[in-house]
Design a protein around this ligand. Structure first.
Ligand SMILES: Nc1ncnc2c1ncn2[C@@H]1O[C@H](COP(=O)(O)OP(=O)(O)OP(=O)(O)O)[C@@H](O)[C@H]1O
Length: 305
C-alpha cells in the first residue's frame, strides 16, 4: 500500500488550560474523500489548521505527504485549501481575482476552465464584494483547485449554498476524487458526507469517537424496519430480538435494530403466519446523521469500527 497522504498520531492542541484536540489519530490515503465530522467546537478546524501548517500542535505528530505541515517545502504546491473564511479583495472582479492567482500558481488551469469548473462563468465580470455567499464559496473552490492539487482541504465548502449549488460542488468533489485528488472534508451536511466520503472520523470534545470506512461506521449504527398495519390489526405474536425496540404509533410500526435484515425476516414470517397484510415495508441501515446524533447525545464514548 502507498504511504498515507495524511498521517495523524496522538495529536494534541491546548489553548492555555483548554484542550481542543485530545490525542487523535487517523490516516487519509491517496485518492480517498475523508470526512472529519463533529459537533460544534469538537476540534475539526483546529485539526485542519494544524494539517495546513497554520497552527503548531502541543503534542503528537501530523504529517502531510510525509512532511511536517509547517515546513515551507515544495510539497505545499500540491495542496489546495478552502477555508471557512477567505480573504479576497472585494473590488476585484471574479476574472481579475482568478487571473491574479494564476500568476503564482504552477500548472494552473486556464481562467475559462477554472470558472467553468465551479459554474461561475456568468459572473466573470462581477466584483467579489457583489457575489452572493454561495458564489463566493464557488470562487474559493475555483482558487483552491486552480493548481490541480493532489490534496484538497475543504472546510465546510457548501455552507450557505442552495441545494443546486451544493449538488454541483458535490459532483465536483466526486469528480476530483475520481481523478485521484485526495480530499479532507469537514461539513455539517451529513448526507453530503455519507455520499462523498469513503472513510470517516467523528470527533466530540477533542477526541475521535467513531472512525472507520463508511460501510463499517454505518454498519455499527442501529438500522430501521418500518411497516404499516392494516386497519384494525395489532402486532400480537410478533417477536423481535432482545436487542430490538419495537414502537407502534397508530398503524405505523418501527423496529430499531442492529440486524435489520433479521428483523425484516421476522416481520415477514409473522405476517404470513398470522395472515396480516402489512404494507410499506422499509428496511434500511442507520444513516450517518443518526450515528452522528447518537455521538452528540451520548458524548465521548470511544467506538472504533
Ligand atoms: N485560539 C483559541 N483560543 C482558545 N480556544 C480556542 C481557540 N481556537 C479554538 N478554540 C476552542 O477550541 C475548541 C475547538 O474549536 P474548533 O474551531 O477546532 O472546533 P470545530 O470542530 O471546528 O467547530 P465548528 O464545527 O463549530 O466549526 C472550541 O471550543 C473553541 O472555542
Amino acid at each position: 500500500m502507498t504511504d498515507p497522504v495524511i498521517e495523524v498520531v496522538d495529536l494534541r492542541k491546548r489553548y492555555g488550560d483548554f484542550t481542543a484536540v485530545d490525542g487523535i489519530s487517523f490516516e487519509v490515503r491517496q485518492g480517498e474523500v475523508f470526512a472529519l465530522l463533529g459537533t460544534n467546537g469538537a476540534g475539526k478546524t483546529t485539526t485542519i489548521e494544524i494539517l495546513e501548517g497554520y497552527l503548531r500542535p502541543s503534542g503528537g505528530t501530523a504529517r502531510v505527504f510525509g512532511h511536517d505541515p509547517a515546513e515551507r517545502g515544495p510539497f505545499r504546491s500540491r495542496i489546495g485549501l478552502v477555508l471557512q473564511e477567505s480573504g479576497l479583495f472585494g473590488d476585484l472582479s471574479v476574472a481579475e481575482t482568478v487571473t491574479a492567482w494564476r500568476r503564482f500558481t504552477t500548472n494552473s488551469r486556464s481562467l475559462d476552465e477554472a470558472l467553468d469548473l465551479v459554474g461561475l462563468s456568468g459572473q466573470a465580470g462581477t466584483r467579489v464584494k457583489q457575489l452572493s455567499g454561495g458564489e463566493r464559496r464557488k470562487l474559493d473552490l475555483a482558487l483552491a483547485t486552480l493548481g490541480r492539487p493532489d490534496l484538497l482541504f475543504l472546510d465546510e465548502p457548501t455552507t450557505g449554498l442552495d441545494p443546486e449549488a451544493r449538488r454541483r460542488i458535490r459532483d465536483l468533489v466526486a469528480d476530483l476524487s475520481g481523478h485521484g485528488t485526495t480530499v479532507l472534508l469537514t461539513t455539517h451536511y451529513l448526507e453530503e458526507a455519507q455520499e462523498l466520503a469513503s472513510r470517516v472520523a467523528i470527533m466530540d470534545k477533542g477526541r475521535v469517537v467513531v472512525h472507520g470506512t463508511m460501510a463499517e461506521v454505518l454498519g455499527r449504527g442501529a438500522g430501521r424496519v418500518a411497516f404499516d398495519l392494516p386497519e384494525g390489526a395489532t402486532v400480537d405474536g410478533l417477536e423481535v430480538a432482545a436487542s430490538d425496540v419495537l414502537t407502534v404509533t397508530g398503524r405505523s410500526c418501527l423496529i430499531v435494530t442492529p440486524e435489520p435484515e433479521s428483523a425484516a425476516h421476522a416481520v415477514l414470517g409473522w405476517s404470513v403466519r398470522r395472515g396480516v397484510r402489512i404494507s410499506g415495508l422499509d428496511v434500511r441501515q442507520a444513516t450517518l446523521e443518526e450515528i452522528f446524533l447518537d455521538v452528540a447525545q451520548t458524548g465521548a464514548r470511544e467506538v472504533r469500527a
